[in-house]
Design a protein around this ligand. Structure first.
Ligand SMILES: Nc1ncnc2c1ncn2[C@@H]1O[C@H](COP(=O)(O)OP(=O)(O)OP(=O)(O)O)[C@@H](O)[C@H]1O
Ligand SMILES: [Mg+2]
Length: 257
């Protein structure tokens, strides 16, 4: 296995059968997540971001195109094989595991013996008081935000070549969010030979990106260094367009008044 986390998507497409014709959710996406970089994918709801993450993790298989990790073609590899090769994934909606304690989950993720104090370190990193959680079962008794943070901690424990986080901010409170930004910043500094892909709508996460990719209608709408892309997203024309689209409705409503 090459010790490079460079992830490369080449002409990736993903179709699902539709009522009349196949629906293309990802359309000819080519993207490189270089070593040592933090890439943030953003874009409108339904744009295909989570689908792209699932294709990278191997949960879905592309209908066309290829995925390379450190130069190796992993398109046909299973989720488990990809995890072994170094792809770590935190879902937008995490999975609960009945009968497994938080510490077990962290140990499975790390793939090695993990002391309680190491495990606690990962939980503290995501703003959790480890002592209260380490022996808890990863079941429905955990709140959404707790579960989400535990899942992020498992990716940190695994320390993969490519870490993929799908909307890590979802359900996370303001205080823990600040913590999370710091976690990503630290991760970004220490990722020599590996890379991070974060899917996010949050300006503060976009702010720490090396590169930003805007995915819209299943294709890459914009892509480039943060300083190039970010100004075009904030206070954006997209927002203006959206308002224009709504205007006629507002006028109509006035007429009825
Ligand atoms: N298996 C499937 N069958 C049919 N449609 C699907 C399937 N998977 C995803 N879609 C559709 O593809 C589109 C992209 O979904 P996806 O979850 O990737 O969007 P997203 O960019 O992550 O959105 P959000 O910002 O809301 O998380 C959506 O319209 C979704 O309904
Ligand atoms: Mg999504």
């Amino acid at each position: 296995m090459g010790e490079s986390g460079m992830l490369e998507l080449k002409h990736l497409s993903f179709e699902v059968p539709g009522e009349e014709e196949a629906k293309e959710i990802i359309r000819d996406v080519s993207l490189v997540v270089p070593d040592d970089k933090l890439v943030v994918v953003t874009g409108p709801n339904g744009g295909g971001k989570s689908t792209l993450a699932k294709l990278i993790a191997g949960i879905e298989k592309p209908t066309a195109g290829q995925i390379f990790l450190g130069g190796e073609d992993i398109t046909e590899k299973s989720v488990t094989e990809r995890a072994k090769l170094g792809i770590g994934f935190a879902f937008q909606q995490p999975v609960r595991f009945k009968g497994i304690r938080v510490i077990d989950l962290l140990r499975i993720a790390a793939g090695k013996k993990l002391s309680v104090s190491d495990a606690c370190g990962y939980l503290s990193a995501v703003g959790m008081c480890a002592r209260d959680y380490i022996k808890r079962e990863v079941n429905a008794s955990l709140s959404g935000g707790e579960l989400k943070r535990i899942e992020i901690a498992t990716v940190l424990a695994r320390n993969p070549l490519v870490s993929v986080f799908d909307e890590p901010e979802a359900g996370i409170d303001l205080w823990s969010f600040q913590n999370l930004i710091e976690v990503f910043e630290k991760l970004r500094e220490s990722i020599s030979g590996s890379s991070i892909l974060i899917i996010s709508h949050q300006e503060r996460i976009l702010n720490i990106a090396d590169e930003i990719v805007v995915l819209k209608n299943g294709t890459i709408d914009k892509q480039g260094p943060r300083d190039e892309i970010l100004p075009s997203l904030i206070g954006t024309s997209a927002a203006v367009e959206e308002c224009r689209r709504l205007m006629p409705l507002t006028k109509g409503a006035e007429n009825h008044a």
